[in-house]
Design a protein around this ligand. Structure first.
Ligand code: GAL
Length: 666
């Protein structure tokens, strides 16, 4: 573990992506002065600066970066120095056309944007290592260096001959022999049996539905390949100075072929980028979910707990649904502190200064095209001051007694063609469970299967489609150890190769749940089925046969009318719930509140009114975020850290405001 940890001085990290390569030195000096004014203490530099650092192959121009790092150091600002390997210069593409990516349709992509390389191409890997080595040799002991930020948002795939060879090699390691691969991919179907490794390729564009096992392994292969691209840079950076932590920033979502929880083992800090797409309260719900997911990977994916950091977020507008949406006053601070509440070691923005040109010229920035005399800059300075007052609270541990399982591969598999319904969405189902709990005031960890569940009294499997034997064993150990379980539709239906577990769904968990599902009845997007006891189900319904479980609510319409929709099975002193449809929001919230209550899990701050998000930490700090437009009164006692005021039994949180209470029993 590195010794020069960023957070060791108790300060929360604050800053963002800074691109001095886009500006003359007088702007750098202005920027550093403005960073001071805003309370910034950490900036990412060099993230897309490859063509400025190596304008021709093997010719390095680093003087400007020397000046930038010296300037930061003299200004007391730390650097997260990036390796620029997410954006190779044009000379690289022209020199190594074989390292340009090939799409599944056989189209070769060309430079003109970023991320246009094949990470399995030897020329790309060599060039990436070389530039990283040059940076390591020059800056590993620079006093401004606080963190190595490798690459940016790994997440590309490719089907070129290099990728195909590497995929085949990966498959031989995974399966040993072709019989095992044929078995895992069920190649007896549609005459796909492979009799020679040379026949096995990447899932290129094909005439009709592709093989699900092949699709799934292709993503796993890319996750591992991209990880090895990261670790080879990490290792040489670490070798140059083992005291400096190394990380890479994650882009969240099931479209990325990266299993972030597995990657957590290889980073010193889990770093996420987060840009909520919802503009209503959904933005706050997404923020809480992303933060809990990052914390879950950091704490439970890594084999050892590592801190996590919000590495990128928008200081103002987010581009969604075809236009920019402004974050209204106060919202940026609330979103930022929501991440800190849930354990982030600080807040970082993309980007510090808006560029005059380039593809992201209209992306929001702390220093916008209008300069620093803006509402956004003033809010950023307010946030800097607030983070300064919270020094000593990072990176705190969050109290959570519900665990929601999240599995990248299940997300990928539910997207495969030929599923019973389009639009199946494991991250979306995990987020729906999280949202219902969030509205009930209950804090959850979002964890990868296999994570230690010591503190979790209720484990939720939300459309956790794939179940390896190890995952099934993990769930069983939780339940037989007295933990409660709630399983939703499509969980445990397939094994880790996406082969259906036979004998009735949900194959892996039938006995724990005391049900057997005979048939699926997917619903249309606008279809709702009524449930007995009120509420409706959407997206999905099933013919459920109880086999020991009691019926909590039944279908009152649709194909399975009269059959159970939601059941629970007594296992020892605990309950194992099965939810065979997606309940409407109110019903889901009531159901999860009840499941949590029976598991002995209370809201984080039982007296907090609706619309106030509360997060309680093990370090005795209570975060209260008021998402309403009215002042809200919350029971609390201690000291409010942002104002320094004593809190004597009750606290009023301003409309849209945040309070942070160091709790003391009155
Ligand atoms: C991130 C990326 C940044 C910038 C940002 C825009 O995903 O890492 O470089 O493109 O999105 O929102």
């Amino acid at each position: 573990m590195p010794t020069k940890a960023l957070w060791d001085d108790g300060r929360l990290c604050y800053g963002g992506d800074w691109n001095p390569e886009q500006w003359p030195p007088d702007v750098w000096r202005e920027d550093v002065a403005l960073m001071h004014a805003a309370g910034v203490n950490l900036v990412t530099v060099g993230v897309f600066a490859w063509s400025r650092l190596e304008p021709e192959p093997g010719r390095y121009t680093l003087d400007w970066l020397d000046d930038v790092l010296d300037l930061l150091h003299s200004g007391g600002i730390r650097a997260a120095l990036a390796t620029p390997t997410a954006s190779p210069p044009p000379w690289f593409s022209l020199r190594h056309p074989d390292a340009l990516p090939l799409t599944a349709d056989g189209v070769r992509l060309h430079h003109g944007s970023r991320d246009t390389y094949c990470a399995a191409a030897p020329a790309y890997r060599d060039a990436a290592r070389s530039i990283a080595e040059v940076l390591a040799a020059r800056y590993a002991h620079h006093p401004a260096l606080a963190l190595w930020h490798v690459h940016n948002e790994y997440g590309t795939t490719c089907h070129c001959p290099h990728a195909e060879t590497a995929f085949r090699h990966w498959l031989t390691t995974r399966y040993g022999d072709l019989d095992a691969l044929n078995d895992a991919w069920v190649t007896s179907f549609w005459s796909q049996h492979y009799s020679d490794w040379a026949q096995v390729g990447t899932p290129r564009a094909t005439q009709y539905l592709a093989n699900p096992g092949q699709l799934l392994d292709f993503r796993r292969f890319w996750s591992d390949t991209l990880l090895s691209a990261y670790t080879e840079q990490r290792d040489l950076l670490r070798a140059a100075n083992p005291a400096v932590p190394v990380t890479t920033n994650y882009v969240l979502g099931d479209w990325v072929p990266v299993d972030h929880a597995r990657w957590a083992r290889e980073v010193d800090l889990v770093a996420i980028d987060h840009y909520p797409s919802a503009t209503d309260l959904g933005g706050e719900e997404q923020t809480a979910f992303a933060a809990d997911l990052a914390r879950g990977s950091a704490r439970h994916g890594a084999g050892r707990p590592v801190p996590w950091l919000l590495m990128e977020s928008a200081p103002n507008q987010i581009h969604t649904a075809g236009r920019m949406h402004t974050k209204e006053p106060g919202r940026m601070i609330r979103h930022s502190l929501a991440h800190v509440a849930r354990g982030s070691a600080g807040v970082m923005f993309f980007q510090w200064r808006a560029p005059a040109g380039g593809a992201e010229r209209f992306h929001s920035a702390v220093v916008s095209h209008a300069g620093p005399d803006t509402r956004v800059f003033r809010e950023a300075a307010d946030l800097g001051a607030a983070l300064g007052r919270l020094a000593g609270t990072a990176p705190g541990r969050v109290q959570a007694a519900v665990a929601i399982a999240y599995d990248a591969a299940s997300g990928w598999a539910l997207r495969h063609p030929g599923m019973p319904r389009d639009g199946l969405d494991h991250p979306g189902e995990a987020a729906a469970v999280h949202r219902a709990l969030w509205h009930a005031g209950v804090t959850a960890d979002v964890v990868p299967p296999g994570a230690p569940l010591d503190g979790a009294r209720l484990l939720v499997l939300p459309a956790l489609y794939l179940a390896s034997d190890a995952t099934v064993d993990w769930v069983r150990r939780h339940v037989h150890g007295g933990g409660h379980l709630l399983v939703t539709w499509l969980s445990g239906v397939a094994d880790e190769h996406a082969r259906v577990r036979l004998g009735g769904y949900p194959g892996a968990y039938r006995d724990l749940l005391g049900v057997r599902v005979e048939e699926f009845h997917p619903l249309a997007d606008d279809e709702h089925v009524p449930l007995t006891g009120g509420g409706t189900g959407r997206i999905w319904s099933e013919t459920v046969h109880p086999a020991g479980a009691e019926t909590v609510s039944a279908y009152a319409g649709g194909v399975p009318a009269g059959r159970p929709a939601i059941t629970r099975n007594r296992v020892g002193d605990a309950y194992a719930w099965y939810v065979s449809t997606r309940p409407d929001d109110d019903t889901y919230r009531r159901l999860l509140t009840e499941a949590a209550r029976l598991a002995g899990v209370a809201p984080a701050c039982p007296g907090a009114p609706e619309g106030v998000e509360a997060v309680r930490r093990h370090d005795g700090v209570l975060y209260l975020l008021n998402h309403t437009d009215r002042p809200q009164r919350v029971p609390a006692a201690g000291f409010e850290l942002l104002t320094g005021a004593a809190v004597d039994g009750e606290l009023t949180v301003a409309p849209g405001g945040v309070a942070v209470v160091r709790e003391e029993t009155p």
